[in-house]
Design a protein around this ligand. Sequence first.
Ligand SMILES: [Mn+2]
Length: 355
Amino acid sequence: MNTRIKNVLDRSEADEILISDPLAIYYLINRKFSPGERFLGLLIKKDMRPKLFLNILFPCEEIDGVDIVSINDTDILTDVLSDHIDPDSILGVDKTLQARFLLPMQEAKLARKFINGSLAVDKTRAIKDEEEKQLMRKSSKINDEAMAIFKTLVRDDISEKQVADQLLDIYRSLGAEGFSFEPIIAFGKNAADPHHMPDDTKLKYGDVVLIDVGCTYKGYCSDMTRTFFYKKGPNKDQEKIYNLVRKANEDAQRYVKEGVRLCDIDKTARDVISDGGYGRYFSHRLGHFIGIEDHEYGDVSSAFKYKCETGNIFSIEPGIYDPETMGCRIEDLVIVTEDGCEVLNSYPHDIEIIG
Ligand SMILES: [Mn+2]
């Protein structure tokens, strides 16, 4: 049994856990499946080799340390599972297990009690091991390099969509597999919409250009935002907003270390922006955990009181979205260490005029 599986079991009150989320399975046994509507499940239990329930439609060579239980479309799932799950056990199931699978399992009384098994997986995934840190570093390094190219794509009258359409090829040429999320390219007023989707808006002289992008490298995500000025530097109010966001980002990064509460990291950034008079324009949490998924379990927000631990990786992404003046966000990823944090992005925070 590998360390990741062992850590999940150690964290859980369940006797056995049935995991259905393909990304959690990838994390635990390093194999990626896209089961579509078919059932996929990994059963883990102390002192037992993990069992992967896999439809024969998805050919798979042997997996080290894992027994594969083949299922086919005419099998009755509960019959198959009942040969492997102890009816007296407390069974953990994850939050992505669909009701159409779970309800028959409960009716068939496959276990004595069903509990949420996701938290144990999520909390394990929130602490990255060395191998994962390396992949996260590389993914963000590619993202830094990509940002330096993306900012050169702008010209008069190009649309947000036309810029966005070019990004995937650039990422691939740098060694990434694809996007970690749909890129946000926002010109002018659109930058004041935190989740703006690229549209036909055309770039014009003096616009703000907000680029929020990320790629995956060997399955691991990057995520970074920079806000540029097109051909003309910021006016006084814009400069004030930019510098507040920058200070919020940098103060928060300096505050991060093992043992500080995530809500207090959020507060550090939020206080900077509130003291500057723009508190009501910072409308989202400071950050989110990230790894195999762009948004993983774990928030940097006032609602998340946990202390951060060495190996947590999350975003620090303060923003001010003032439709009258400008929208601005500056985002980096950080790895928590014993005495601080390692910032994964090295693309500078300085005001930069592009075009
Ligand atoms: Mn983000």
